[in-house]
Design a protein around this ligand. Sequence first.
Ligand code: SF4
Length: 208
Amino acid sequence: MSTQEQVAAGLQLPVMEAFYTIQGEGRFTGHPAYFIRLGGCDVGCVWCDVKESWEAGKWPVLSIEKIVDEALKFPGRLVVITGGEPLMYDLGPLTKLLKEKGFTLNIETSGAHPFSGNFDWVCFSPKKFKKPDPSIYAVADELKVVVYHHSDFAFAEEHAKLVRTTCELRLQPEWSKASKYTPEIIEYVKNRPNWKISLQTHKFMDIP
Ligand code: SF4
């Protein structure tokens, strides 16, 4: 199989970076985790803080065995697959192999491509710049909406209607707008207690 065919089959994937750190946001805030950041994203968020991830061709294509071997070098057994937009790839083979090695698996996705893979926790963070694929709504465990503009509150509510009733709902101030929107998010959540606040605590700790 050519490299292109291997990538299409999910047996090799472009990896922008992989690192062991502390999950800074969402449900697993504070948990040590190994992040696998796949290269490639076609969503185009104006405030994206990993724009260098967008072009998949810039990043080395690694076999899933190599990716898993690297993850095994660290003591934590929580893996977060992120991007870029990780669902641009078939995550079935990588998640199967990680599961066989005993990892708990989380994904952070905009849901802009059909869902694939076997995850213990699906964090769905929809973006206005590309409509989510409908397959995400039945599997999302957490809806995390980044608040960059006042209209994001209504956007968050639209998506809250589409996810499962068990899905946890979080609002997260976009980092550069945090001083403007955090007070509004606090009041919003106090008045609508089905929502919770997520903060990018890794940025306060100055860790990746
Ligand atoms: S989906 Fe994520 S990686 Fe892609 S542009 Fe938006 S913030 Fe950046």
